[in-house]
Design a protein around this ligand. Structure first.
Ligand SMILES: C[S@@+](CC[C@H](N)C(=O)[O-])C[C@H]1O[C@@H](n2cnc3c(N)ncnc32)[C@H](O)[C@@H]1O
Length: 221
């Protein structure tokens, strides 16, 4: 308690006891046209529109038969894939539980676990033609640590793509501003015909997220 008799912590809370930061988050959510659109169109996340917009630009979902969704929760991207390619086999993985999605096999496990890549590949029953990664590491607020953690996820996703993709396939991953580092970019350029970076309009302007889009997998060997 302060001398004025007010608990200092209270001053940063709203009448309902929310902290100012979460009230701002709530305001942003309520005023965000993508959040409203997602609710109206039945998508589980506003993130769904990032994939819709990436697909409009890169035609990622045209004729896909097998798709891997890394960091699938809550399932917006998988819903988009099912809508655009209803016959595609979709396999997803997340640390968090995900409500079932018709036609999608979901693993609740860490993609960085040794047995995760094999589990995904086996469930798919054939080489994927699209590997998506919207995985984001929990941030700790230390810029370099956050960058390293996120890039480790992207790198693991890229290696998984290179080791499993069908010829002609594509890999899409969330990266941080500044894009992929030189080593990863080299790996992608070696294995894919085109490698581009994009920030879809649904990606919040203030956020540092971008997407790397690698298309035309050259095949192994
Ligand atoms: C931005 S969300 C994905 C949103 C999703 N694309 C959608 O449209 O609903 C990122 C997800 O990555 C997951 N994630 C982060 N690290 C992971 C890991 N090592 N293995 C599996 N999932 C992970 C998080 O749990 C989180 O649910």
């Amino acid at each position: 308690m302060s001398r004025s008799g007010r608990d200092p912590d209270r001053r940063v809370k709203t009448a309902r006891g929310r902290k100012v930061s979460s009230t701002r988050w709530l305001e942003r959510q309520l005023n965000d046209p993508y959040v409203q659109k997602a609710r109206a169109e039945g998508y589980r996340s506003r993130a769904a529109y990032k994939l819709i917009e990436l697909d409009e630009r890169f035609a990622l979902l045209n004729g896909v038969r097998r798709v891997v969704d890394l960091g699938i929760a809550p399932g917006g991207w998988a819903q988009v894939v099912r809508k655009k390619a209803p016959k595609a086999e979709v396999v997803g993985i997340d640390l968090l539980p995900v409500e079932p999605i018709d036609g999608v096999t979901i693993f609740e496990m860490d993609f960085m676990a040794d047995d995760a890549p094999a589990a995904l590949a086996q469930a798919l029953g054939g080489p994927p033609d699209l590997v998506l990664s919207d995985m984001a590491a929990n941030t700790v607020g230390h810029k370099q640590t956050d960058h390293l953690r996120t890039m480790a996820l992207v790198e693991a996703g890229a290696w998984f793509a290179v080791e499993t993709l069908d010829k002609g396939g594509a890999f899409v991953a969330k990266v941080l501003a500044g894009g992929t580092d030189a080593e990863l970019l080299g790996l992608l350029k070696q294995h894919f015909k085109t490698v581009k970076h994009a920030k879809p309009p649904a990606s919040r302007k203030g956020s540092s997220e971008w997407y790397v889009v690698a298309q035309g997998f050259k095949g192994r060997g």
